[in-house]
Design a binder for this molecule. Sequence first.
Ligand SMILES: Nc1ncnc2c1ncn2[C@@H]1O[C@H](COP(=O)(O)OP(=O)(O)OP(=O)(O)O)[C@@H](O)[C@H]1O
Length: 955
Amino acid sequence: MAENNKPLSLNERNDRRLQSLSLSSAPEGRDNPIKVKVQGRRRLCKLSSPPPQPPPADDVDPTVDDAVPEIRDILNDLTSRLECLSVDNKGSRRPSKAADDHPEFESATSSLSSALSAAGGFGSPESAFGGEDEKVEAECVDSVTARHESMETSQFVKEVDGDDDCVVINERVWSQPSFELVTDEGVDENVVLIDDDDELEVSDPSESINKDDDGDCITLESLGLGTYTLPGKIARILFPHQRDGLRWLWSLHCKGGGGILGDDMGLGKTMQISAYLAGLFHSCLIRRVLIVAPKTLLAHWTKELSVVGLSKRIGDYYCTCQKMRQRELNYVLQDGGILLTTYDIVRNNSKSIRGDFYIDEDPYDDGIIWDYIILDEGHIIKNPSTQRAKSLLDIPSTHRVIISGTPLQNNLKELWALFNFCCPEILGDKKEFKEKYEYPILRGNDKNASDREKRVGSTVAQKLRERIKPYFLRRLKSEVFLGSDATKGASFPKKNEIIVWLRLTHCQRQLYEAFLKSEQATSAINGSPLAALTVLKKICEHPFLLTKRAAEGVLEGMDTVIENEDLNMEQLALRVANMALPRDAQQQDDMSCKICFLMSLLDNLVMEGHSVLIFSQTRKMLNLIQEAILSKGYTFLRIDGTTKACNREEIVNDFQNGRGAQIFLLTSQVGGLGLTLTKADRVIVVDPAWNPSTDNQSVDRAYRIGQKNDVLVYRLMTCGTIEEKIYKMQIYKGGLFKTATEQKEQTRYFSKSDLKELFSLPKQGFDVSLTQQQLLEEHGCPNMDDSLKKHINFLEEQGIGGISHHSLVFSKTAPVQLMNDDEEVSKTVNKIMGGSRTSSLTEQYVDGAEYAIKPKDFKSSSARSPATVASDEAKYKAELHERINRLCQTFADKALILKLPDKGKKIEKQITELKLELDNIENRPPNRTSEIKKQEVIDLDDLSVEMQRVLSVSK
Ligand SMILES: Nc1ncnc2c1ncn2[C@@H]1O[C@H](COP(=O)(O)OP(=O)(O)OP(=O)(O)O)[C@@H](O)[C@H]1O
C-alpha cells in the first residue's frame, strides 16, 4: 500500500499537530537562578548552579530503528523549545488538573494552550474543576500571568504560607497538604473534601489499626515515630487488601527501611502507595519523595496521586527541557513534595537529584534529602551493574520501596539485587549472599545433588525465605477477589488463555528450511546461537522482518544468489520472500500465517464488538500488522517506543473512553508495562517473548481492577518451530529464562543436543504441534461455556494446527506422601528458584513472580491443623473429579481422539488411574487422612522429563 494513501492513525495526527505547533513557537533563552525564595518556604535557600546535564534519553523501545532518532531528535528539540516557552508562562509546579481530568479540554485546544492551562493547578481547585472550559482557561491564564511575573523577579511572595497552613511538629515547619478528591470524571460530588474531623486518632502504644465511627479512618502508631493517620475519605476508596498493604508499608517505615511490594499486576499497587504517601504527608512524617517510573506510567501516577489529594505536591521531573526540570526539582527540594521522574532521567541527572547542588540550611535535616524512593516496575534494576541501577543506588534515602508485579524473573542474583536496593542489610553484600545463600541453594537444587547437599540447600532456602518474609508482600488476584476475603463485594471476571497453534505458510516454510541449511545456522550450534535463533523467530512472524544478513543466509540455504544488485535490507527480504512464494500467491498476507490468522480473528472480534489489544515484541511487526489492518479499513490506536509521553496518556484515554478505536497496537516493551487498558476484553500476543513475564505483563493490561468482562487471551505460536520450543521453555523453566538480549546467560539453558534439535527440521513437520498434543493428553479440555466453545470452533475452522489451554498448563496435581520439614523447605527452594510452581485452578502464570513469598500464607508443615489437612484433601478430591470430567469429555470427542497418535489410549489409561486414586481416597479410613495431602508444587524438571517420555512414545 502506498504510504500517501494511508489514512493517518491518531498517533500520526498527534505528531503532525505537535510538529506544526512547535514550528510556530520561538525558542527561549535560559537563566540560572542562583538564589531564590520559593513560595511556601519561610526563608531563603541557596542553590548552586548545576552543570549542564545531558538531555534525557527517551524510554525508547529497543526495537526502534537507527534512522528514527534523527527525526525524533528534531521533534524533541522542537517540543523542548515549546515546553521552555510554556514553562516560563506556566510557572506552576503543579500538574494540570484540567488536563488530567478533562482530556477533551486538552485535545480541543492547541498544545500550546493546554501547556498554558497546565498552570490551572496553581489556581484554586474550584477554578480547575469548574467544568466550564472557558472559565478554566481564563483563570489558568490569569494565574499563569501572575506567576510568570513573580518568577521573573525571582522574588516569590508567600501567598499561602501563613501559620494557618502549617503544622508544627518538633519545631519543624512543614506545609500542610490540602486534600481534594478527584475521580476520572473530575471532582466526585459525593466525596467531601478531607478534613481532620474524619479522623480519630487512638493512642495505642503498639502498632494497630484503628477505626473511626464510620469504620474508615486508619490510624497507625509506633512508639517514638509518631502517629500515621490516613483520613477516612481516602481509606474508604481503598480495597481491603490495599489497606492491609498500607499496614505492611507502615511496618517497614517503623523498621526504618524499605521492601518490595510485589502484588499481582493490576491489584492497584500505585493506589496503595499513593494513599500511603498521602497519609505520611498528612501526618507530617515525611517531606520529600522520589518516584521513578517508566515514562508510560507517569500519567497514571499523576492521576492516582491526585485521587488521594496530592496533586499539588507533585514536581514533574521528566520533560525534555532541563530548565523546567531543574525548577521542579528546586521546588521539591525546598518545599517538600513528590518528584516524579523516569529511570533514564535519573541515570543522567543523579547528582542533581541526589542534592549535590542543594544547600539546605535546615539545622534539623540529617543530610538525607529523600525520605522515600519508590521504584515502579522496580525489577528494571535487577542488574546492579547497569548505570541505571548504580545511579539509583547512589541516591541516599531513608526508605526505599520497589513495586513490581513480576519481581522475580530469572534467578537468585536478581532477588539479591532488588533487596540490596531496598533493604541492603538483610542479605548482606553480593559475596556474602553468594556464599551464604545462593551457592548452597543452587547445589541443593541440582538434579545430581547428594542427600546432604539437598538437606543443606533446603535449610538455607528456608533461612532465606524467613529472612526476606517481612520485607516482601505479594497477593494474587485469585486470592484477593476470588478467595474468601473477596472485597467490596466485587466478583472478578474470568480469564481464559489459549495458545493458538498456527501452521507456517508455504513461504515461511521455504525460508525456515533454507535457513536451517545455511552456514549461519549450522555454525550456531557450536558458536553463538542467539543470532540464528532470532532469524528463525523472525521467519515465524513475517519474512519481511529479516535483516539483510539474515536474508543472505537464507539465500545461501536456497542455493541462490542475487548478483550485481545493490539491494537494501527490505528489498532483499522482499526478494527472498517472493522467491519462496508459490506462484499463485498474490496477497502479502500469504507470507505470514500470523497476519493471515490475525485478520480473520479481527474480523470476528470487531464484528462482535470486542475491544482488542495486539502486542508484539517489535515495531516492525506492528508496522506490518498496521498495514494489514489499514487495508481492511479498520481504525486503530498505537503506542510504541517512539510515541511521546504526552501523547501516550491521550491515546490510552481515547481507548478507555471508547473514543478512539476498537483495536490497539502496542509493543510489549512499552505498552506492556503498567498501563490499564480494561476497555479491552481480548488480548492477542503475536510473538512469544523469551522471558515469560513479558507476555504476562502484556496480558494483564486488560485483566486487572476495572475489568468488567471475561477476558480471552490468544497467544499465537507456530507449530514445530522455535516458537514451540520457546513456549516449552516458558513452561518448564517458569521464568528462569534470560531475555534474548543477554546472550551469555541465554546459552546456558541450551545443551548441545537441545541446540541440534532447535536447528533441525521438526520430524513431525510444520502442521502439528507435539506440545499441543501433550497438553491435550495431560489435561484434556477445560469446562467451557457455550460462547467460548463456539468461538473455539470458529478458530479451528481457520486452518490452524490446534488450540491449547494455557490456563490448564499447571493445574496438574498428584498425591504424595506427607513430607518432612526438609522436603517442605525444598519446595520453598523450588519456589524461590522458579524451578517449580504452585497449582491454582483459577489463574495461572508462568512468570517467576509466582514464586514470590507470600508472608501471610507461609506455614511450616508441622503447624498444619487437622482441619487444614482435611480441607486440602477435599480440594484435592474436587480437583480429581474435575480432571476426570475433563478427560472424559475429551475422550468423548471422537473426532479429536482420532487425531491423536495413540487414538486416545493414554487418556483412557489416565482416566482409569485417576478413578482408582479417587476410590482410594474416598475409602480411606478417616484417621489416615493426614497421610495424604495435595501436592502443592510440581517440579517442572520432572514434568519436562515426563513430557519427553510422552513425546518419545508419541513419535
Ligand atoms: N481502590 C481502588 N478503587 C478503584 N480503582 C482502583 C483502586 N485501586 C486501583 N484501582 C484501579 O485499578 C487499576 C489497576 O491499578 P494499577 O495500575 O495501580 O495496578 P498495579 O498493581 O500497579 O498494576 P501493574 O503491576 O500492572 O503496574 C487502575 O485503573 C487503578 O486506577
